[in-house]
Design a protein around this ligand. Structure first.
Ligand SMILES: Cc1ncc(COP(=O)(O)O)c(C=O)c1O
Length: 432
């Protein structure tokens, strides 16, 4: 090429959750049965969508309008419905204009970071759901800036770390939080959320709050929306149907813009995000048309409660199986459907192995683990020895070693096998 055509942030576009699948497919082609524990898709793991929800979707598809484009910002009745839902909570108030649809949060993330001024940075958690960290890094052309989630404090954000980083780096314009969190399963209590909003207020920042798992909380935690704690801080809350319906294939998500008119620059920025969406015409129409009927149905709240109870039981099961292994820390998840297994500092090295029966797979693993982070080494050996495919924690914009496993397996017997096999593999791998 006569000119360098590669974007400065191209190297930041990594997504370990999917990248590990390429290795899994290689092993599968060599005769291994793979148990995919890498991706947060309940449907792929066997969850059947409730028949009454399917019925509502069928009826929507029968309407001719479901087949057309909709407004750039979304279907008006749905935006009205969602704005009313926000206002019912009694915190920050919105109008339908503050609800803007995207093709899933993935699309919203691309626009929200992509149309920020390049020098304006958003600090996010480590570990982090990599769609955010990669998009922010790619937008800025630099490494993503992070604040710590503390594994020894139930993966809560270290607010002192956040405050100091914000204070001494005036390029930081915004704070990202994910609540409930992926990959840790942590749910932030009111005082932690208020502490984060306080930092945003003190330093005149906006917040981006990913609430895709907002209705999957358990262990005595209550749903607490950002709009209830944000006060007068400007914010973008991201919501969607992928996890709570679940309907990830709908590619349907939206943002709630909070306190948009409190800051002219924030308002101009949000308008630029909408203008970017306009270039694509609109987001998927049919799933939006379904939302008011589905979420307004008296069966929806019981549906959410039932699912939360399912994940609560599975979280306990995973935690029981994996706790107490020397060198390994697990926190009982309180929300979402993941658990992060942390290797304590210094327990991993570059010579640990697991026995791999398939010679061809062993050869590939030995080639793959030549260099690279030690948790990835464990993940490859685990997959080679057991077929279980998890994601290394270092793939979540994180310097700590560990891995993320999901709570999504619907087959009780298989789930038991997954957790007991993981526990056995961990003990085996870490033995002196
Ligand atoms: C924290 C978080 N946000 C967003 C998404 C993706 O949302 P969507 O399907 O709406 O793009 C995921 C998917 O795993 C996620 O974990």
């Amino acid at each position: 090429m006569r000119r360098n055509i590669v974007h400065a942030g191209a190297g930041s576009l990594t997504y370990a959750i999917r990248e590990i699948v390429e290795v899994a497919h290689k092993f599968r082609d060599l005769g291994m049965e793979i148990t995919y524990e890498n991706i947060g898709d309940p449907v792929q793991k066997g969850e059947k969508v409730a028949p009454w929800i399917r019925e509502i979707v069928h009826e929507a598809i029968d309407r001719n309008l479901a087949w057309g484009y909709c407004n750039t910002t979304g279907v008006p009745e749905t935006r009205e419905f969602l704005a009313a839902e926000v206002n019912k909570r009694g915190g920050a108030r919105v109008t339908p204009d503050d609800i803007i649809f995207f093709n899933g949060i993935g699309d919203a993330v691309g626009k929200v970071y992509g149309f920020l001024r390049r020098e304006a940075r958003v600090i996010g958690p480590t570990p982090a759901y990599s769609t955010h960290s990669s998009a922010e890094a790619a937008h800025s052309g630099y490494e993503h800036l992070t604040y710590d989630l503390d594994p020894y404090a139930g993966w809560m954000p270290d607010l002192d770390d956040l405050r100091l980083k914000v204070k001494y780096n005036d390029s930081i314009a915004g704070i990202l939080l994910i609540n409930p969190d992926n990959p840790t399963g942590a749910v932030y209590p009111r005082e932690v959320l208020e502490g984060m909003m306080e930092i945003a207020r003190e330093f005149d920042l906006f917040v981006i709050c990913d609430e895709i798992y907002t209705h999957i909380v358990y262990n005595g935690n209550q749903v607490l929306h950002t709009s209830e704690v944000i006060g007068d801080v400007c914010g973008i809350v991201m919501r969607g149907v992928s996890k709570e319906v679940p309907w990830p294939g709908a590619r349907c998500g939206w943002i709630e813009v909070l306190n948009r008119h409190r800051d002219e620059m924030f308002d101009t920025y949000v308008n630029s995000v909408v203008a970017a969406k306009r270039l694509e015409v609109c987001s998927t129409t049919a799933p939006q048309m379904v939302i008011p009927r589905m979420m307004g149905d008296p069966r929806y709240v019981p549906h959410l409660r039932r699912r939360a109870a399912v994940f609560e039981a599975r979280a306990k099961q995973a935690h029981e199986a994996l706790q107490g292994i020397p060198g390994v820390l697990v926190n009982l998840p309180s929300g979402a459907f993941y658990m992060t297994v942390l290797f304590e500092d210094g327990v991993l090295n570059d010579s640990q192995t697991l026995a791999i029966a398939n010679d061809a797979v062993r050869k590939v693993v030995e080639d793959l683990v030549d260099g690279g982070p030690n948790d990835r080494r464990f993940v490859y050996y685990l997959m080679g020895a057991t077929g279980i495919c998890v994601v290394p924690l270092t793939g979540f914009c994180c310097r700590r070693d560990g891995f993320r496993v999901t709570l999504l397996e619907t087959d009780d017997e298989k789930r038991r096998w997954i957790f007991s096999t993981l526990a056995k593999a961990l003990r085996e791998y870490l033995k002196e």
